[in-house]
Every structure is written in structure tokens, then in C-alpha cells.
Design a protein around this ligand. Structure first.
Ligand code: B12
Ligand code: SF4
Length: 652
């Protein structure tokens, strides 16, 4: 690290090379590089989240495309992928040694300027790597950019004097202008969108840059500058073949817990329909690509754009499946139908809380008439799987509001194919929660907020996090009583899994015990048994039958169920709050796997004879073996097979 000299200039005094003289880093007065064109390297900061490894970073790809189009000698390195691929060490974990290898990997490209792309979670690693870079190559110009740096820019420059410049917000035009100035050895004064250190060591925050108004001008991805997508998928084994598409940027809202609105200047823009269609269709020619992941957080904010995109994809025969992210109040039956027809198969929806007051306190501004359960039904009708996202412990949430959210999760889980995603409120920088609660926020051992998963665990990162808690509130939770935070964390981890596996049994238990979802959760949590154990403790025949049914569905194996209750009435009874099916009857059901893009099961009501026959045929592997062992059953087995109730291979 270079100390500040008395004149306030940064003196780069430490060098690994005995031949290298100390240099001052000031483009106005010094040749800080040789005379060849500026060579810039953009790297994404390393991260140990497996899902993260599986997708190349779209921001870095766009920057590569934009700088290349402007004639710069640009290189890209995705350090998350390099880490996972074992290129930074066999251990494939973030530690002193892999961070050091990351610095060497960057230096191996012989850049003049290095820009690290950071999220809040990867900022500590970015700082460790850039510190190493400064020690090893004092002449390098070191930049940071990305969503992790938008608001802590001045403090980062004040405290870490090895960083020269921070780009705030959209990077394409800003970086181009910075490189032009550096290339011509001109001052950076007045370049909008940067915070930087001048000759006197003063930190200057230039005015914000206006976000690009027209996304038509963004350059195509520089796919050729990163490893092939197939390498990404090979390394992580991710099977969905997801490819991120920079489909739109920004958000005009300012929800208290989210930094996206502020980072992108509270403006939402979309990639023009033709460009978006083109970028999605490009997946067809990309080995290992299957599904497009539209990155814009606000699909449907521009409804005409969303409908036009869907119409075009439908005309083309929906050749590429895609998923997106949206506000619940921007979706409705018409748009969802259009999405489903166009290949849209999944949408992440921010619900945050079931309580309108909590949403209002946290500036969600969700339309008052949004009916989440109706929305889920509309998703099911359109064949689009909703992921409902909730945040636990937001300001304004008490037990009553929390119970309402968990009840909503339970009710939604009774609808077909819902995914639930529960999070803890996290006062990260650049959002209202960060501003209002940062000084009191707490880090709790064993509970990393989702934003921080997979990062901040190496000693050099931890040292920075400990020394600068105000910069790294990505690791913090709201200052609520510890037992409450731990309770939220257990709910977030365990409840979605139970509701995805046992939606009926959970809702049935809630009903027969006369409890709400929070009370039932607490009873289960205090009991310490598995959920199945808790259900059996109820000693209630319908609960037992519901559990057996759901276990059969989870097992994905064909199963016969003989019950006292008509299970075909159960879901509707729970969903609509009408009488539960009466006991004392004799019902028979068969569960069978069905073909489709996602694993699914069908439950059919069958006669006693069929149930008996299916029971007898259980364990039979093929028609050939059946012909040898029980020839008298072959004809009946064929009929069952044609009815979709039996799956026997035709030959061994
Ligand atoms: C796609 C996406 C992913 C992908 C790809 C990640 C990646 N490395 O790019 C996946 C699914 C892998 C992912 C994972 C994670 N993500 Co993510 N992700 C997104 C999402 C939806 C879109 C990002 C995007 O590509 N936008 C489009 C591109 C063009 O924008 P961009 O990357 O920001 O880049 C532009 C500018 O920021 C700037 N810029 C960026 N880097 C640099 C560098 C330099 C030098 C310069 C000059 C400029 C610059 O210029 C770019 C072009 O204009 C955003 C939400 C959002 N809308 O931003 C969340 C988001 C970025 N993710 C987030 C998080 C927390 C994560 C995880 C850390 C979660 C976790 N704990 O596991 C992981 C990290 C994994 C990893 N390896 O990095 C948070 C970050 C919050 C924050 N303030 O830091 C966001 C904002 C979502 C949120 N919940 O708020 N993510
Ligand atoms: S949660 Fe969604 S709507 Fe709210 S600010 Fe973030 S991106 Fe915008």
C-alpha cells in the first residue's frame, strides 16, 4: 500500500520488482504506462456461490463488448469461474492463497488498467486482490465498479489508498471516457459517474451520469473474451442451461430493503424487443445453453414491451424457454398467458410481506388490490411457475404480520407448482434500511444474510469486514433480539422445504390443530422432531393419509393408496375452507410419474380391483418378466399401462 506523501499525492513506494522505481499515479504528470494502446482488464470478483459460478457475468460481458467496439484492447476474467474451475488452486475455496492466485492471474494478462466488478458480497475480496495488485504492480491503474460499490465509494477511496477510481452505476460510457482521458494523459475532472483521487490526494465525487436512455445502443456481449458457456456448466453441473440476458436495467421504485432502484438512478429501461428476441434466440446456437434468464428486475413494468416480446416469441414458436423477475402488481392473467405461450416458464415475484402495512412502511408501493393467491392461480393456468419471495423481520412486522405472511406461503403452496423463497431483512448499503439501521445492525455467527452467502469467509476478507463494519453491512441483519433473528433464519431455511413437500399435510395440521402457520411452525420447532414425526403425533387418520399421499408424490415411484377419505377432495377443501372429506369410506388411488420438462406426478382415483392389481404388479420390471412369471396378468397390465397407471418396460 502506498502512503500519502506530505503534498497529498500517492507515492507508490513498494514494488516487487527491484528494478522498478517508485512512481506517482497521476496521469497529468507521469507516463504511467508504456506507449502502446491502453490494455484494460475487467474481472468479476471471486465468489464461492455455486449457482454464481454457473453463469458468466452479464455486466462484464457488456463492458467487454462496449470497450472492444470503441477500439480498446480489452480482456475479461471471471474470477468466480476461475476459482470453481480450480485455476486459482486445487482447493477451490476463497483463501489467502486463491486470492493471491487471482491477483497473479490478472497480472498474467499484462494490463495497464484493471477494473474489478463487485457486489457487496465480493467487495472485501476485490479489496484484498487490488491490494495485492498494487504491491506487485505499482503502476497499475485500479478501478472498481458494480452494484457493491455504488454508495460506499468515497469511504472506500478514503480508507483504501490503493484504489484509484470508482465507477458508479452504468459503466459503458463512463469507462470509455475515463480511458480516453487516461490515454491522452488528461485530468479526470468532470467525467460524470466517477469518484476518484486527484493529484493532491483529494477525493472527488463527480456528478452522477445519466443512465443510458436507449438500451438499443448497448454493445453485444463479448462472449469470445470469456470461457465457453459449456465450461461453466461442466464446472458446476448446473443442468438448466441458464444464460443471463441483460434484458433491461433499473427500477423506478425504492423499496427499503433493495438497492436496485437507487443503483440504476431510479429509472427502468428495457432492451428493445428486436434486440431482446435476438439475444434470447442466440441461445439456440450456444452449446450447453437451454434457458434464458432475463436479468431485468421489472419484467412487465413496460407492459407494451413485455407483450410485444411475448407476441414475437410466440410467433417464432417459443423456441427458447425463459424466466424472468417481476413485481407482483405488474402481472395479471393476460400477461401471464402471453408469457406462458411465449416460452416463459418461471417468474420470481417480490411479495415481501402479506401485510399491506408492512409493505407500505417499506415503500413497496404494491397496488392495494394485488391478490397474491389469484396471481398464483393465474400463473398455474398459464403454465408459469411462480417463485414467491418474502422478507422476514422487516420494520413494522410483528407476530401478527409474520403469521399472515406464513399463512400466505402455506395457502400458496396448495396451488400447483409454487416455489417459496424466504429471506431475512438485510440493511445493505445503498438502500433505506442500510441508511436507517446500519449503525445498529448486527452480524450473527452462523447466519449470513443471503446477499453474503459464499463470500467473506477467508481471513483477509474477515479482517476487512471486522475493521470496517459500516462498509460491509452486507453481512449484517437488523438489530432485533438474537432469538428472533435465529427463529427467522430457521423459518427461512426449513419452512419452504416443508411447504413444497407437504403442502396439504401442513395446511391440514394447521386446520385440525386450530393454529395459524406461525403457531404450527413454533410447535414443530419446539418439538424437535421431523415434520413427518409431528404429523404422525396428531393421531388423525386424514393427516396420516395425506402424509402417505405426499410421501408417495415425493418418492416419484408409482404407489397405490387405500384410504378412508376421498383424497381428491382434500386440496379444494383446504384451499376453499369448506368441510374436509368425511372418513369411513374405502377409496383407492394410484400415483404415477408423468413425462414433462419438470418432474411431475399424477394421482388417479382407481377401483378396488385396479388398486389390487397394481399392488400385485408392484416390483415387476418389464412385460417380458411378467410374461414369464404371471402370464395371466399381461393383458390387464397392458390396459393399465395404456391408461397411464403403470410403467413397465417392454423388454428387459
Ligand atoms: C444476473 C444476476 C446474477 C447472476 C450473474 C452474476 C454476475 N456475477 O454478474 C448470478 C445468478 C450468478 C448472480 C449471483 C449472485 N448475485 Co446476483 N444478480 C443478478 C442480477 C439479476 C442482474 C445483474 C446483471 O447482470 N445486470 C445487468 C448488467 C449489465 O449490470 P451489472 O452487472 O450491474 O453491470 C453494469 C454496472 O454495474 C457497471 N459495472 C459492473 N461491474 C463493473 C466493473 C467496472 C470496473 C466498471 C467500470 C463498471 C462496472 O457496468 C455494467 C454495465 O453497465 C442483479 C440484479 C440487477 N438487476 O442488477 C443481481 C444482483 C447483482 N445480485 C446480487 C447478489 C447479492 C448476488 C450473489 C452475491 C448472491 C449470493 N449471495 O449468492 C451472487 C454472487 C455470485 C457471483 N459469482 O458473483 C445483488 C447484489 C447486491 C449488491 N448491492 O451488491 C443484486 C443487485 C440483486 C439484489 N438482490 O439486490 N447474480
Ligand atoms: S424490490 Fe423490486 S420493485 Fe422494489 S426497488 Fe427492488 S427491484 Fe425495484
Amino acid at each position: 500500500m502506498g502512503p500519502l506523501d506530505p503534498g497529498g499525492r500517492i507515492q507508490r513506494s513498494e514494488s516487487n520488482s527491484a528494478h522498478e522505481p517508485p512512481v506517482t499515479l497521476d496521469p497529468r504528470h507521469e507516463h504511467w504506462r508504456n506507449d502502446s494502446p491502453v490494455r484494460i482488464l475487467i474481472a468479476s470478483s471471486p465468489h464461492a456461490d455455486t449457482f454464481g459460478y454457473s453463469m458468466p457475468p452479464p455486466g462484464v460481458l457488456r463492458l467487454g463488448g462496449a470497450l472492444g467496439a470503441n477500439g480498446w484492447d480489452v480482456h475479461l476474467v471471471d474470477l468466480a469461474h476461475e476459482l470453481a474451475a480450480g485455476h486459482l488452486g486445487d482447493e477451490r475455496v476463497l483463501d489467502e492463497s486463491s486470492l493471491s492466485a487471482a491477483a497473479d492471474r490478472i497480472l498474467g494478462e499484462e494490463p495497464d488498467v484493471v477494473g474489478l466488478s463487485t457486489m457487496g458480497a465480493t467487495l472485501p475480496a476485490a479489496l484484498v486482490i487490488t491490494r495485492m495488485l498494487r504491491e506487485r504492480a505499482p503502476r497499475l491503474h485500479l478501478h472498481l465498479g458494480g452494484p457493491g460499490i455504488g454508495e460506499v465509494d468515497e469511504r472506500v477511496l478514503e480508507r483504501f489508498d490503493w484504489i484509484d477510481l470508482i465507477v458508479r452505476g452504468e459503466g459503458e460510457d463512463t469507462l470509455h471516457e475515463v480511458l480516453q482521458r487516461l490515454d491522452q494523459e488528461q485530468s479526470l475532472e468532470g467525467v460524470t459517474g466517477i469518484t476518484w483521487r486527484n493529484t493532491e490526494g483529494r477525493i472527488l465525487r463527480e456528478a452522477d451520469r445519466h443512465p443510458l436512455l436507449d438500451m438499443a445502443s448497448v454493445a453485444p456481449y463479448a462472449w469470445d473474451l470469456l470461457p465457453d458457456l459449456a465450461r461453466y456448466k461442466e464446472v458446476t453441473g448446473e443442468a438448466e442451461g441458464l444464460v443471463p440476458v441483460d434484458s433491461g436495467r433499473g427500477c423506478s421504485y425504492d423499496c427499503s430493503f433493495c438497492s436496485i432502484g437507487r443503483y440504476w438512478g431510479r429509472r427502468s429501461r428495457t432492451l428493445p424487443v428486436d434486440r431482446l428476441v435476438e439475444e434470447v434466440l442466440a441461445l439456440k446456437d450456444m452449446p450447453a445453453a437451454r434457458n434464458a434468464y432475463l436479468c431485468h428486475d421489472l419484467f412487465g413494468a413496460d407492459r407494451q414491451h413485455a407483450l410485444a416480446f411475448c407476441a414475437r416469441m410466440t410467433e417464432l414458436g417459443a423456441p427458447v424457454p425463459w424466466e424472468c423477475r417481476a413485481r407482483s402488481d405488474h402481472m395479471d392473467a393476460e400477461l401471464l398467458q402471453a408469457m406462458g405461450a411465449a416460452g416463459g416458464y418461471r417468474v420470481l415475484l417480490g411479495v415481501e410481506s402479506a401485510a399491506p402495512e408492512v409493505r407500505a412502511t417499506n415503500a413497496k408501493n404494491m397496488a392495494a388490490d394485488t391478490d397474491v393467491l389469484e396471481l398464483v392461480d393465474n400463473c398455474a393456468a398459464a403454465g408459469v411457475t411462480p417463485i414467491l419471495s418474502f422478507i422476514l423481520g422487516l420494520p413494522g412486522e410483528g407476530d401478527e404480520e409474520l403469521a399472515a405472511s406464513l399463512d400466505l406461503c402455506a395457502d400458496a403452496s396448495l396451488r400447483t407448482g409454487v416455489n417459496l423463497s424466504l429471506h431475512l431483512a438485510n440493511p445493505q448499503p445503498n438502500c433505506a434500511l442500510g441508511e436507517d439501521y446500519n449503525p445498529d445492525a448486527v452480524a450473527l455467527e452462523g447466519i449470513a444474510p443471503d446477499m453474503a452467502w459464499g463470500a467473506g469467509e477467508s481471513e483477509p476478507e474477515r479482517e476487512l469486514i471486522r475493521a470496517h463494519p459500516d462498509l460491509f453491512s452486507t453481512w449484517h441483519l437488523l438489530a432485533l433480539p438474537e432469538d428472533k433473528l435465529r427463529d427467522f433464519s430457521r423459518i427461512a431455511k426449513k419452512l419452504p422445504k416443508v411447504l413444497e413437500r407437504y403442502p396439504r399435510t401442513f395446511c391440514l395440521l394447521r386446520r385440525v390443530r386450530g393454529e395459524n402457520a406461525l403457531e404450527l411452525w413454533r410447535a414443530w420447532d419446539a418439538n424437535g422432531r421431523s415434520f413427518e414425526g409431528l404429523a404422525r403425533m396428531a393421531r388423525h387418520t386424514l393427516v396420516d393419509e395425506s402424509l402417505a399421499w405426499e410421501q408417495a408424490l415425493i418418492s416419484r415411484a408409482p404407489t397405490v393408496l387405500n384410504t378412508e377419505h376421498d383424497l381428491s377432495q382434500l386440496t379444494a377443501a383446504l384451499r376453499d375452507g369448506v368441510d374436509l372429506p368425511a372418513g369411513g369410506g374405502a377409496y383407492h388411488f394410484a400415483t404415477t410419474p408423468i413425462e414433462g420438462p419438470l418432474p411431475a406426478m399424477r394421482t388417479s382415483r382407481v377401483s378396488q380391483d385396479v388398486a389390487q392389481l397394481l399392488g400385485e404388479l408392484k416390483g415387476e420390471a418389464s412385460f417380458d418378466s411378467l410374461t414369464r412369471t404371471r402370464p395371466e396378468l399381461v393383458q390387464a397390465a397392458k390396459q393399465l399401462s395404456e391408461a397411464g397407471l403403470l410403467t413397465l418396460a417392454s423388454s428387459t
